[in-house]
Design a protein around this ligand. Structure first.
Ligand SMILES: [Fe+2]
Ligand SMILES: [Fe+2]
Length: 159
């Protein structure tokens, strides 16, 4: 079992430390996500897992960590099981998250695409980098983890 000071956790904190404690990110604790997690826990787990995969395969760890943490940065919007709601929400929230993320930090074109395309194929933007594909896949994986109620069994060092 890893302790609280694993190398990846130190590196992860270095890359996203300024964002983790931003009030806009901490506010995500207030919104349910996928029924059994908060939006904060969802985003943090996507960020931790995406970062670890990116680190393992030599991808852009900083872009991956920061954009995956911010990929669902929007307020409001309660969970709903309505298919119409889900499709509309899947189409619109990546744009909202991107707009909000850009008020917190500068994002390159590649980083903007990571956030904008995280719901593809249910949104317009196509992932254009390996990092964008990674976050797209990990986000879907974590959505299943959230629904199953396993988020807190996997999440490490929650700030
Ligand atoms: Fe999302
Ligand atoms: Fe997400």
């Amino acid at each position: 079992m890893e302790n609280c000071c694993s190398t990846w956790q130190v590196e992860f904190s270095y890359q996203v430390g300024d964002l983790l404690y931003a009030p806009e990110v901490q506010a995500l604790h207030n919104f349910p996500h996928h029924h059994r997690a908060s939006r904060y826990d969802h985003a943090l787990l996507v960020a931790q897992l995406s970062f670890r995969v990116a680190r393992t395969f030599g991808l852009d760890c900083r872009a991956t960590a920061r954009c995956s943490l911010l990929h669902d940065l929007y307020s409001g919007c309660k969970d709903s099981s309505s298919p119409f709601f889900f499709l509309r929400h899947a189409w619109t929230h990546p744009k909202r998250a991107l707009k909000n993320a850009q008020t917190l930090t500068y994002l390159t074109g590649k980083e903007q695409n990571i956030i904008a395309s995280h719901m593809w194929p249910m949104c317009k933007a196509l992932p254009k980098s390996r990092e964008a594909w990674l976050v797209n896949v990990v986000d879907s994986f974590v959505a299943v983890i959230d629904v199953l109620g396993w988020n807190h069994m996997i999440l490490r060092s929650k700030p």
